[in-house]
Design a protein around this ligand. Structure first.
Ligand code: NDP
Ligand code: 8X3
Length: 252
């Protein structure tokens, strides 16, 4: 039985992926700050699936918390086959001269430093075992900048560069490193970006059909099925109506 560690598993892609893998016979380690959200989705699973889900309250920005949670894993969970570096956020959407410094720090600390802390903690075991798969959640925002995206764009461009660099470091140990770059997906993402402003969040997906979290979970499931000699290294996944970071067909 294989094990996946999912960061940001209390909502959106992380939750959908954790559920999908648990329902398909995997052991799942789920990390996020909102433990109660994770307890809630775990309770939806069948009893035997629930036993294979290990939850922990972890803020990926805190290296000590990451290391403590990893050291505290029950023996049955400590060999991680797949690491999904998913925890992340956009905070704010403002021109650079009006950006909020706290938003900037939060994005850099979570999207870049958090991903690095988790990777630094989990990857040595993969190297020792000579196998593993690390999937980083990037974004179309890490392929094309867009107006007012500045710091979020920079963090996801950082994930893009890191993914390539990590692959260069780890391929020789039999470890796959991949990136998924989604376009618009209706999760809590826009609520978080606009600090709980529901009208602004809804407007993002107005008169178009965004993807849903399950679409990304399905892609992750597909990626990990590839044979040992194949790595789907970098996948851009978009709603059909989205042609680029800034071009979206909206049907009035
Ligand atoms: P959600 O807001 O629904 O989920 C984000 C998850 O990240 C939550 O589980 C949240 O958990 C977790 N998270 C945030 N900060 C931390 C932290 N400091 N420590 C641990 N966990 C944290 O958004 P999505 O599912 O949409 O986003 C997931 C990833 O996908 C992000 O990296 C995002 O940038 C990226 N993405 C999203 C797109 C979209 O359109 N939705 C498109 C492209 C990329 P909690 O708050 O409980 O800690
Ligand atoms: C999320 C996609 O275009 O809203 O990473 O920034 S976008």
């Amino acid at each position: 039985m294989k094990t996946i560690l999912v960061t940001g598993a209390s909502s959106g892609f992380g939750k959908a992926t954790a559920l999908l893998f648990a329902q398909n016979g995997w052991k799942v380690i789920a990390w996020a700050r909102r433990l109660s959200n994770m307890e809630s989705w775990r309770s939806e699973l069948k009893e035997e699936e629930q036993k294979n889900v290990h939850l922990a309250e972890v803020d990926v920005r805190d290296l000590a918390q990451v290391e403590a949670a990893f050291s505290a894993l029950p023996k049955a969970f400590c060999h991680v086959d797949v690491l999904l570096n998913n925890a992340g956020l956009a905070a704010g959407k403002d021109p650079v001269h009006q950006g909020n410094l706290d938003d900037w720090e939060r994005m850099i600390d979570t999207n870049l430093k958090g991903l690095l802390y988790v990777t630094r903690t989990v990857s040595p075991g993969m190297v020792t075992r000579g196998t593993g798969h690390i999937i980083n959640i990037g974004s179309i925002a890490g392929k094309e900048p867009y107006p007012d995206g500045n710091v979020y764009n920079a963090t996801k461009f950082g994930v893009d560069g890191l993914t390539t660099g990590m692959r260069m470091d780890l391929a020789k140990y039999g470890i796959k490193v991949s990136q998924i770059c989604p376009g618009m997906v209706d999760t809590e993402f826009s609520q978080v970006r606009f600090h709980g402003d529901t009208d602004k969040a809804k407007a993002v997906y107005h008169q178009m059909t965004p993807m849903v979290a399950g679409d990304i979970a399905d892609l992750i499931w597909y990626m990990i099925q590839a044979p040992k000699h194949v790595n789907l290294a970098d996948v851009l996944i978009l709603p059909t109506e989205q042609a680029s970071a800034t071009i979206v067909t909206r049907k009035g």
